[in-house]
Design a binder for this molecule. Structure first.
Ligand SMILES: [Fe+2]
Length: 132
């Protein structure tokens, strides 16, 4: 089941980033759907690891391209905050703590705010200023 549906307006018009964002939506959906069938703990653990690994990989790609943006540090900070939050989810999972019920809302809101609010704005600035 797709919890988060890719939207045309997620496109930042940088091919590698758009492809990675699509894959990111997929790995988040995999995690949410494994979490939805809460009888398979092993699958939840695996898709959670995969989601974190892919997010870190994607952030590395973005950061290489975004370095020239004047607000690069605040962008970097948003990435770090997310990694901190998903690592906390991973930690809770391994400690057998109950995962917060609002993970779906949190991931969806983060993804939308970040792609639409920060990525799009920053990539369009770089494009306009020939910095890509
Ligand atoms: Fe970003």
């Amino acid at each position: 089941m797709d919890y988060i549906v890719w939207q045309e307006n997620f496109n930042v018009r940088v091919d590698v980033i758009d492809e990675q964002h699509k894959r990111l939506v997929q790995v988040i959906n995999n995690f949410l759907s494994d979490l939805g069938n809460n009888n398979d703990r092993l699958a939840v653990g695996r898709s959670l690891d995969e989601m974190i690994k892919y997010t870190e990989y994607h952030f590395c790609t973005e950061q290489l391209l975004l370095e020239k943006h004047p607000d690069f540090l605040s962008h970097l900070n948003q990435h770090w905050q997310l990694i901190k939050q998903v690592r906390k989810i991973q930690d809770d999972f391994h400690k057998n703590l109950e995962l917060k019920a609002d993970i779906f809302d949190f991931l969806l809101a983060w993804l939308k705010n970040h792609i639409l609010g920060t990525d799009k704005v920053h990539f369009s600035y770089l494009r306009k200023n020939n910095l890509l």
